[in-house]
Design a protein around this ligand. Structure first.
Ligand code: CU
Ligand code: ZN
Length: 191
């Protein structure tokens, strides 16, 4: 079902190779699998991340990702935050299993770049800057990212989205000094 859905809706004329069927004898894995540190190269046009709190926190929500002409459109609502800015990144490993989400590893950085602001020319592919929570602790997210994608080597599918306790200062190396990880969710292909 999923294979047909993916194969049947790839309108982008990008000249990439056609979908490759799984090798004989290998069980096709579900894209929602959580905890695989090195995701298969997976391509999609939409994805979702269900964000859950780390130990001792109550930050949660759902994020939607849509690959559009001008970038990766990220939308969603996150609640349970303290008011103000919170670092918002894609981390390397789609593994939120550790109580502090340390299992997600460092920032997703397939290009070997320094940490930076979301609009910087040189930044980690996972550097999405900050989200801003209002006085009720809710953050509304609606942004287009120019670097992260849902296919190819910059694909965040199977990576973790992390929300931090503090603000990303957009310059400290290697991760913006944003403090503890208060929530984590793996980017998964819908349906
Ligand atoms: Cu982070
Ligand atoms: Zn970074």
């Amino acid at each position: 079902m999923l294979v047909f859905a993916l194969a049947g809706c790839s309108p982008e004329p990008q000249g990439v190779q056609p979908p490759v069927p799984p090798p004989p004898g290998q069980i096709p894995t579900n894209n929602n699998t959580v905890g695989s540190g090195t995701p298969e190269q997976t391509s999609a046009t939409t994805a979702t991340a269900v964000i859950s709190p780390t130990k001792g926190n109550k930050v949660q929500g759902t994020l939607h990702f849509v690959q559009e002409e001008d970038g990766l459109h990220i939308t969603g609502e996150i609640t349970g935050l303290t008011p103000g800015k919170h670092g918002f990144h894609a981390h390397e490993k789609g593994d939120c299993s550790a109580p502090d989400a340390s299992s997600a590893g460092g920032h997703f950085n397939p290009e070997g770049m320094p940490h930076g602001a979301e609009d910087a020319a040189k930044r980690h592919a996972g550097d999405f800057g900050n989200i801003i929570a209002d006085q009720t602790g809710s953050a509304h997210i609606d942004k287009i990212d120019k670097i992260a994608k849902l296919s190819g080597k910059d694909s965040i599918i199977g990576r973790a989205i992390i929300i931090h306790k503090g603000a990303d200062d957009l310059k400290s190396q290697p991760s913006g000094d944003a403090g503890a990880r208060v929530a984590c969710g793996v980017v998964s292909v819908e349906k």
